[in-house]
Design a protein around this ligand. Structure first.
Ligand code: 2RA
Length: 376
């Protein structure tokens, strides 16, 4: 049963913004391979009281799309956003809901809350929801490296989850698509070193960055999310610069990969580049293994991994691109080839929609895992 939550002060204002992801105009071709994803997507969330914190943001709206596309409609849906949006209407599954404040959401006693409202909100509010018995799946960086908090990509390490975990961290988008590919390769060949160069979509920065790109394309002078124009440009700068000369995005890739693969011995170095792209993050990855491999075996292993689709047919110019990854739940891999400059080494190219598997899809999969395994 669907229950809406009209608030005492029903709003008269229209929706503050419509979905800010202008991808509809992009030409899309279906992937060259059939989807292998969501084998575990049962309908267990349909008995849930689910809160989405940050429901009006880019990731929040993508979570609603993922739920809708997979016909997962929680019994009770509680959208939450900042106090200034409280009371505004939000449509989901043809029903009109109203945005709750945190206090109203906690009082409504959801069993689960998916947070995507930034690290400051997560640091302040996730413990309060957890103290009220709500299981929090957090998309921000606030809790990821806390040793008490599991950092989960369900295909890899969901088995560590227990009923005692009241805050569960969703990894950074660039990490998720990388580790999904690395995990089976590490198990088979033992990764010694990773050199990662990423080409990250402006959607990873949020709605303000998407607006900056749109404004620049339309010749409008508006608010800047970045220190430079992004259209017809790119910059080696994601997140903040740290004392070691790397950016926070680069070090997230290093630390989160170690935590998820449970192996700090892997040597990892990364350069993050922001590019004027909307459909997803791309990653050029160089791997050095302990053991040698046959390229066909690598391709077979990855194509048999749930959630991965191989786009690798160079004779027909088939390789992964954000244009094709946009709006899809899978991670696309191609340009699989031996690094001929040193032994036991491999190059590949990985693309995924950072708002999907990099954020919304992974969070919904964690929620599904928790309910399917009776961990709420
Ligand atoms: C980015 N990975 O693309 C971030 C978002 N979490 O900036």
């Amino acid at each position: 049963m669907l229950i809406t939550f009209p608030l005492a002060h029903s709003p008269t204002r229209p929706l503050a913004h419509s979905p800010t992801r202008p991808l509809a105009h992009l030409p899309t071709r279906p992937p060259a391979h059939p989807s292998t994803f969501f084998p575990t997507f049962a309908q267990n969330l349909t008995q849930m009281k689910l809160a989405i914190v940050g429901a009006t943001g880019l990731v929040g709206r993508e979570i609603l799309k993922v739920l809708d596309e997979h016909k997962i409609y929680p019994e009770t849906f509680i959208p939450v956003a900042s106090a200034r949006s409280a009371g505004l209407p939000l449509t989901f599954n043809h029903h009109r809901y109203f945005i709750h404040t945190h206090e109203q959401a906690i009082a409504a006693k959801p069993e689960m809350a998916i947070f995507s409202a930034g690290a400051a909100t997560s640091r302040e509010w996730a413990p309060r929801y957890a103290a009220a018995g709500v299981t929090v799946i957090d998309n921000s960086s606030a809790w990821r490296m806390n040793p008490e908090i599991p950092l989960i990509v369900p295909e890899i390490n969901a088995a560590v989850l227990t009923r005692n975990h009241k805050i569960i961290a969703n990894p950074n988008c660039s990490t998720i698509q990388l580790v999904l590919v690395l995990a089976p390769l590490h198990a088979a060949y033992r990764i010694k070193r990773i050199v990662a160069s990423t080409y990250q979509s402006v959607t990873g920065t949020g709605a303000k960055a998407v607006k900056q790109l749109e404004n620049e394309r339309n010749g409008i002078v508006g608010e800047m999310a970045y220190p430079y124009p992004i259209d017809l440009n790119l910059f080696p700068h994601g997140g903040e610069f740290l004392d070691n000369g790397y950016t926070s995005e680069e070090m997230k890739l290093v630390h989160e990969t170690h935590k998820i693969l449970n192996d700090n011995s892997i040597r990892i170095t990364a350069t993050i580049v922001r590019v004027p792209v909307l459909g997803g993050h791309s990653e050029a990855i160089n791997l050095e293994f302990e053991r040698d491999f046959i390229i066909d075996d690598i391709t077979k292993l990855l194509s048999n991994t749930p959630g991965i689709v191989i786009h690798d047919d160079i004779k027909n110019n088939i390789y992964p691109m954000p244009l094709h990854a946009a709006g899809k739940d899978e991670v696309f891999v191609g340009r699989i080839r031996r690094d001929e400059s040193q032994p036991n080494s491999l190059n590949l190219f990985i693309v995924a929609d950072n708002l999907r598997k990099g954020a919304a899809t992974n969070a919904v999969q964690i929620a599904e895992y928790l309910t399917t395994n009776n961990l709420i």
